[in-house]
Design a protein around this ligand. Structure first.
Ligand code: ARG
Length: 394
């Protein structure tokens, strides 16, 4: 009598593929259900995962949550200017939803165990496990538990009739969703190694980008993007289109040293063209419509929101409280931001909003609406404690 059914988070890559026979031979499960969750990976990846899952698993599901990913994770992240150590989070935002989908299927299939292919060195194990433990599921993570080498994995795969990717050198580990593509591992593990051009898939190099700047108007409503050059698009379509436009102009590459949750520093390379543009435009619009007090406090909230998001602690009560604050501020973040994409850079050229906390009349050098003499009294008090002290110490 075996251990019943286990639900495996399945990408179709080598690691999760060999998990299928391992879960039976090493862990004693009778049935392995593979689940691929579509958060906007390339169609080809989803096709391969589906075909492979159907071939090697006992039962396979492909679940499309692209729309949900955009509205429930990416929109809130735009509102909170979501970034960790300076890059727009992507993988971190997808993991909790993927884990939830796996947990749902576990329930439907009457399984008490779930499995993922994460290693014991990265962040994703923690993001998955957090959700799985909350759901009371047993977690099997063969990559973390068995310390396998790639060579062993390839041989094991071949023995079990699993199609093996043909790669000579240690390949890169790539994770994709519609917001971000991350590339790590292989030669990139040497922080001094210059990334070769062929690791990139969404962006051209700045030098290969067109010589003509590309202008683009981005419309926002309540903190989320709703249009490109006046054309209304739903969130997923807008992000896809902007990925193409910005990527073609070399915008959205990022090569950085990142502090993982466990404390390990890692060299990560990212592509996130749409995210780069949208976050820049959104933050710029906020500067026009939010008050100085709101902006200063929101910067702290955004930072904490991002940290919890990065850690995948989406059920931490503070996360909901911060999100409520962010949502409240976004009620006025409606307007248009004009950006210029040019050879890898994105600059804001202009912005407008109905509820801008801005008066060109009051600020203008040409206007006499405000009597400039009003500032004299203010100036008399300005910094007087510091002046007083300087006087005493003379
Ligand atoms: N460092 C990023 C994060 O923790 C991306 C990790 C994605 N994984 C990968 N196999 N490329 O969010």
């Amino acid at each position: 009598m075996g251990k019943g059914t286990v639900i495996l988070a399945f990408s179709g890559g080598l690691d999760t593929s060999i998990c299928v026979p391992l879960l039976k031979e090493q862990y004693g499960f009778d049935t392995v259900v593979t689940v691929a969750v579509d958060v906007g990976q390339p169609d080809e990846d989803i096709r391969v995962a589906t075909e492979k899952g159907e071939l090697i698993g006992d039962k396979h599901y492909t679940i499309d949550i692209k729309e949900r990913f955009v509205t429930e994770q990416l929109f809130p992240s735009i509102k909170a200017n979501g970034s960790y150590e300076g890059y727009p989070m992507g993988t971190a935002l997808a993991r909790p939803l993927i884990a939830e989908e796996i947990a749902k299927i576990a329930k439907a299939e009457g399984a008490t165990a779930v499995s993922h292919g994460c290693t014991g060195k990265g962040n994703d194990q923690l993001r998955f496990d957090f959700i799985f433990r909350k759901e009371g599921l047993d977690i099997i993570a063969p990559m973390r538990e068995m310390n396998l080498t790639r060579e062993w994995e390839m041989e094991y795969a071949e023995k079990h009739g699993i199609p093996v990717p043909v790669v000579k050198e240690k390949p890169y580990s790539v994770d994709e969703n519609c917001w971000s593509r991350s590339i790590e591992g292989g030669q990139l593990e040497d922080p001094a190694f210059h990334p070769p051009e062929d690791i990139y898939a969404w962006t051209v190099s700045a030098t290969a980008a067109p010589d003509e700047p590309r202008e683009l108007a981005i419309g926002f409503e309540n903190g989320v993007p709703v249009s490109l050059d006046g054309e209304r698009l739903d969130g997923y379509a807008l992000i896809r289109k902007l990925n193409e436009i910005a990527g073609a102009n070399g915008v959205g590459r990022n090569d950085m040293i990142e502090d993982r949750i466990l404390g390990l520093k890692a060299r990560e390379v990212y592509e996130h063209p749409a995210a780069t543009v949208l976050l820049k435009a959104h933050a710029d619009l906020e500067r026009l419509v939010l008050t100085r007090q709101e902006l200063a406090f929101k910067a702290i909230v955004d930072d904490k929101w991002s940290e919890l998001g990065y850690m995948g602690l989406v059920d931490e009560p503070l996360f909901a409280a911060l999100s409520a604050f962010v949502d409240k501020t976004q009620e006025r973040v409606t307007g248009t931001v004009d950006v210029v994409l040019y050879k890898g850079s994105v600059t804001v050229a202009g912005r407008s909003a109905k509820e801008a906390v801005y008066s060109d009349d009051l600020v203008s050098f040409e206007s006499t609406t405000i009597d400039q003499n009003d500032a004299v009294g203010f100036s008399a008090y300005y910094g007087f404690q510091a002046r007083l002290l300087a006087q005493l110490r003379k």
